[in-house]
Design a protein around this ligand. Structure first.
Ligand code: ADP
Ligand code: MG
Length: 139
């Protein structure tokens, strides 16, 4: 089934000029970038976005990292887009990520791991709505 997922190219990646290389992995996997915008995430946006992790020890570091440099927010579309993107992103910790995955190729460490991808269709819808209106998504 064709579905959508939400992606962020994180500050550690935009700082190293990796947007195009990451987009190439996304497109080579058959996912279509149907919306994309480069933004500076505000502290409020980062805190809301990662609210589920607010009790975790790394929450402050994570919010700091997400607001440290520009990010690229994206909507990706394709067959089983949520699961497919999780697969090509690789494990959260790049040391555990499979060969050829974005995190294996580019991530610096478990915190600065280059990309975010939604973990369910419900979260994808909620995350997309935080950054895009329906008319900004052109499938
Ligand atoms: P994922 O991004 O793979 O869905 P999580 O939802 O568990 O992973 O965590 C959200 C983000 O928080 C991670 O992508 C990473 O940037 C950061 N993070 C997760 N675990 C750690 C950790 N142990 N130390 C530092 N940062 C972490
Ligand atoms: Mg997650």
């Amino acid at each position: 089934m064709t579905e959508r997922t939400f992606s962020i190219i994180k500050p550690d990646a935009t700082e190293r000029n990796l947007t195009g290389k990451i987009n190439a992995v996304i497109e080579d996997a058959g996912l279509r970038i149907v919306a994309q915008r480069r933004i500076r995430m505000t502290e409020a946006q980062a805190k809301t976005f990662y609210e589920v992790h607010k009790e975790r020890p790394f929450y402050g570091e994570l919010v700091g990292q997400m607001t440290s440099a520009p990010v690229v927010v994206q909507v990706l579309e394709g067959e089983n887009a949520v699961a497919k993107y999780r697969e090509i992103m690789g494990a959260t910790n790049p040391e555990q990520a499979a060969e050829g995955t974005i995190r294996k190729l580019f991530a610096k460490n478990v915190g600065e791991n280059s990309v975010h991808g939604s973990d369910s269709q419900d979260n994808a819808k909620l995350e997309i709505a935080q950054f895009f209106t329906e008319d900004q998504i052109v499938g």
